[in-house]
Unconditional design. Structure first.
Length: 144
């Protein structure tokens, strides 16, 4: 099995476990962290995504420091991988809440493959303008 198939399989298996933890499907918030987050609604799991994203940034900066110092690199790499895993996990919970799956994200990444990020962003802005969406001031990023 290729690494792409392995990755998709791992994500699909984890997504299935998360799905099974939904309260509507019998998940018990008293016994399951995922059920507890899902029961709290978006405020609960979106807060965790913010926390985990910040921890990814901090772990990345720590790895930069370790690389510059030439010491502790392996440990800092492992910490970064762990933080990214935490972030992805909480993103999977978010997808489940909105009845989406890892396959939806993978399909979007596949759709974007071979497209310049600069071109893709310019296209999104052009489509947004055509649809009459409000424009952000120059220099501000959209969350979409």
């Amino acid at each position: 099995m290729g690494s792409a198939n392995l990755s998709a399989t791992v994500l699909e298996e984890l997504a299935a476990v998360i799905e099974s933890r939904k309260v509507a499907l019998g998940g018990d918030p008293a016994k399951s962290y995922v059920a507890r987050l899902l029961a709290r609604g978006p405020d609960g799991f979106l807060k965790k995504i913010g926390e985990e994203a910040t921890e990814v940034v901090m772990a990345s900066k720590d790895l930069d420091h370790a690389l510059a110092q030439g010491a502790g690199v392996a440990e800092r790499r492992a910490l970064l991988v762990g933080e990214v895993a935490d972030l992805w996990f909480h993103c999977l919970i978010t997808l489940a809440h909105y009845d989406l799956a890892p396959a939806d994200v993978l399909a979007e990444l596949q759709r974007r493959a071979g497209t310049s990020g600069i071109e893709e962003k310019a296209l999104r802005k052009a489509v947004s303008r055509e649809q009459g969406a409000p424009q952000l001031p120059a220099g501000e990023e959209s969350h979409g």
